[in-house]
Design a protein around this ligand. Structure first.
Ligand code: SF4
Length: 349
């Protein structure tokens, strides 16, 4: 019998398998704890399960993580991991330390089919979806590679791929991340980012996962957004924002809008004014991301002064607005620069 990867396997399905085997559900939770809390990769080491059960688990499951193929260390401490998957495909994850947190940017697909014009992953096209085991596996493999003091505190699903375009695996992976028996990461520390797949956002809110949602807005007019994020033709700005106005948020929680600033494209005073108008009344914070150039992209980042003016205008209108630091740009690990099989080079700052 071909075995399944225990990593990323949904808890409810696992409980059902244990019940089929005549075992109570709490035994499934014990097995999860061995794997996710103690890092055990051999069922025979799960000493509070009967020998017979351990043998039967080993007949059905294997426990394996994506292989780290290469690590690039940035001057700013960021580490970009290149992973090799079981079929030889490559993906990247980026670990970013700061004073208060250690964030891993996780990939959800090999490539992406949404073809955003500022994004290097788009140049790969979609090669395939990741399995839940491969999404969760990036986190576990990086944690194994790091010292305990550096272990990951926050997850952002903003790496290669559109997470909501790989819906089922994404939801299974997020459930494992936040389950107390599995990775037990706080829902406040997990962020799913989307380019704005309205149908999937509506479906996702029904899952009651209550993790953070970030939206790549990046433009204030449909004509511009159509070019930057072609899925805007299907879900234009007004449809997207209507959906987000109705998105259920727990008290004290906010949506995050990501806005990549591109020189001469979406960085004008009029854009800042339109952004205020569009987001009025939505509990949110705004992350401004000066574009991280890469060859052969034609886009450029705005000047520091333009970025500061844009930010100040939003802050003065009571929007919590951050300028996201350009992490790992020297190793092509910054936002929009991930493309595991590409030869493109960073453009010197
Ligand atoms: S920005 Fe995100 S959704 Fe758009 S092409 Fe890149 S990976 Fe895909």
């Amino acid at each position: 019998m071909q075995t399944k990867n225990f990593i990323g396997f949904p808890e409810q399905k696992l409980i059902a398998i244990f019940e089929e085997l005549g075992e109570p559900g709490y035994r499934a939770r014990q097995a999860l704890t061995w794997v996710y809390h103690y890092g055990i990769k051999d069922f025979m080491e799960m000493t509070n399960l009967s020998k017979n059960l351990r043998t039967r688990l080993a007949e059905r499951f294997h426990i394996s993580l994506p292989k780290i193929n290469k690590k690039d260390l940035s001057r700013d401490g960021t580490i970009k991991y290149l992973f090799e998957l079981s079929d030889g495909k490559m993906i990247e994850s980026v670990w970013m330390p700061s004073d208060s947190r250690r964030t891993l940017c996780v990939s959800s697909q090999v490539g992406c089919r949404l073809n955003c014009s500022f994004c290097m992953t788009a140049t790969m096209g979609l090669q395939r979806n990741l399995e839940a085991s491969e999404i969760v596996g990036q986190i576990m493999a990086v944690n194994e590679d790091l010292q305990e003091k550096d272990s990951i505190s926050n997850i952002v699903l903003m790496g290669m791929g559109e997470p909501l375009d790989n819906y089922d695996a994404l939801v299974d992976a997020v459930r494992i991340m936040i389950s107390p028996e599995a990775m037990k990461i706080s829902t406040r520390k997990v962020t799913v980012s989307t380019s704005g797949l309205v149908d999937k956002i509506k479906k996702f809110q029904e899952e009651n996962l209550h993790v953070n949602l970030a939206i790549s807005l990046n433009a204030t007019e449909n004509a511009t957004r159509d070019v930057l994020i072609p899925i805007n033709k299907k879900y234009p700005i007004e449809v997207l924002l209507e959906c987000l106005r109705n998105y259920p948020l727990k008290p004290q929680r906010r949506l995050t809008f990501e806005y990549i600033l591109l020189k001469g494209i979406n960085d004008s005073q009029e854009d800042a004014e339109r952004l205020v108008h569009l987001l009025k009344g939505i509990p949110c914070k705004i992350n401004l991301i000066p574009f991280n150039p890469f060859a052969p992209s034609q886009y450029l980042p705005p000047s520091v002064e333009t970025v500061a003016n844009f930010q100040n205008y939003l802050i003065e209108r009571n929007f919590t607005t951050f300028v996201r630091k350009n992490r790992g740009a020297d190793i092509m690990g910054a936002c929009g620069q991930l493309a595991a099989s590409s030869q493109s080079q960073p453009v010197p700052a």
